[in-house]
Design a protein around this ligand. Structure first.
Ligand code: GUN
Length: 292
């Protein structure tokens, strides 16, 4: 192995410790307790598990958490009424609407309703718009891309002037990650399903952010020697040797990539733990904005 492993679990724990220390200080000073309200619509087991782990993290860090759950049959009006109620609730610092929502719900309209000062996911059009514009700052940066950039910076990877390739253009990861990299003066290429010569394009990259959800698609011979790889993929593959019958792998073929790359995140234990850590950081920031 030539690559340096980027330990997301360790770095996420450091972020959580810093947040917990600040939360304790704020609470002792009688300030607003950072409190996250999560909204889950429907019964997707993965979404239910994500929301539960976000609530658990709040408790572990001394923060408040409120979990709202509406049935899959909920109407647009019901979801919007819930967001409006949480906007008006002075004990709620941050609102997270778990995505995806059932197909009958207009996500864009729901996300637009979230008060910008409580938009800890950073998905409201105002926050994303500010992220996309030069000289403007969003109040909150979306948690997974924020975690990716944090890992690069903590590992000493130079972003300014680097050629960065982002695989995937989702609203949740790929697109905001590309905007963040541009803001840090990287030269950014965003690849997607219609990109011609994906391996050739990735081979130009000093930094690769892989967020396409395709099992081990990025191969060792796609990687420029010394490149930094942030693997956002979380894909389950069958594995008879595991009790659960499966194991998690990324979008990058780790065994091949670690022999070529300069830095690499493992799956699990890379980007995964960072998403919740950055959400906790954003929720603290929301409380600091609302009660400085
Ligand atoms: N679904 C998958 N990732 C995320 C996330 O970061 N935030 C929300 N709200 N939903 C998601």
């Amino acid at each position: 192995m030539t690559a340096q492993l980027i330990d997301g679990k360790l770095i996420a724990q450091q972020v959580r410790d810093e947040v917990a220390a600040t939360v304790a200080k704020r609470t002792a000073a009688g300030k607003m307790k950072p409190t996250l309200a999560t909204v889950l619509v429907g019964d997707r087991p993965d979404s239910a598990a994500y929301v539960a782990s976000k609530g658990k993290a709040c408790q572990e860090l001394g923060m408040g958490s409120i979990s709202e759950h509406l049935p899959a049959s909920a109407t647009q009006e019901e979801v919007e009424a819930l967001v409006k109620r949480l906007n008006a609730d002075k004990t709620v610092s941050g609102i997270l609407v778990q995505l995806p929502m059932p197909s009958n719900i207009n996500e864009e309209r729901v996300l637009s309703l979230i008060n910008i000062e409580k938009d800890v996911d950073g998905f409201s059009p105002l926050n994303i718009g500010r992220l996309a514009q030069k000289g403007r700052e969003p109040l909150f940066v979306p948690c997974t891309p924020y975690g990716c950039i944090y890992l690069l910076e903590k590992s000493g990877v130079k972003i300014e002037g680097a050629n960065a390739v982002v695989l995937g253009r989702s609203n949740i990861v790929g697109m905001p990650a590309a905007l963040l990299l541009i803001g840090k003066n990287a030269t950014v290429t965003v690849c997607h399903s219609r990109t011609k010569d994906l391996p050739g394009t990735v081979r130009q990259a000093d930094i690769i952010i892989a967020a396409i959800g395709k099992i081990e698609m990025v191969r060792g011979d796609w990687i420029k020697p010394g490149a930094a790889i942030i693997d956002v993929g979380i894909n389950a593959v069958p594995d008879a040797t595991k009790k659960s019958g499966q194991r998690l792998v990324g979008d990058v073929n780790f065994a091949e990539a670690k022999e070529v790359a300069g830095f690499i995140t493992p799956v699990p234990g890379g980007v995964g733990p960072m998403t919740i850590a950055m959400l906790m950081k954003n929720t603290l920031r929301a409380a600091e904005i609302q009660d400085p």
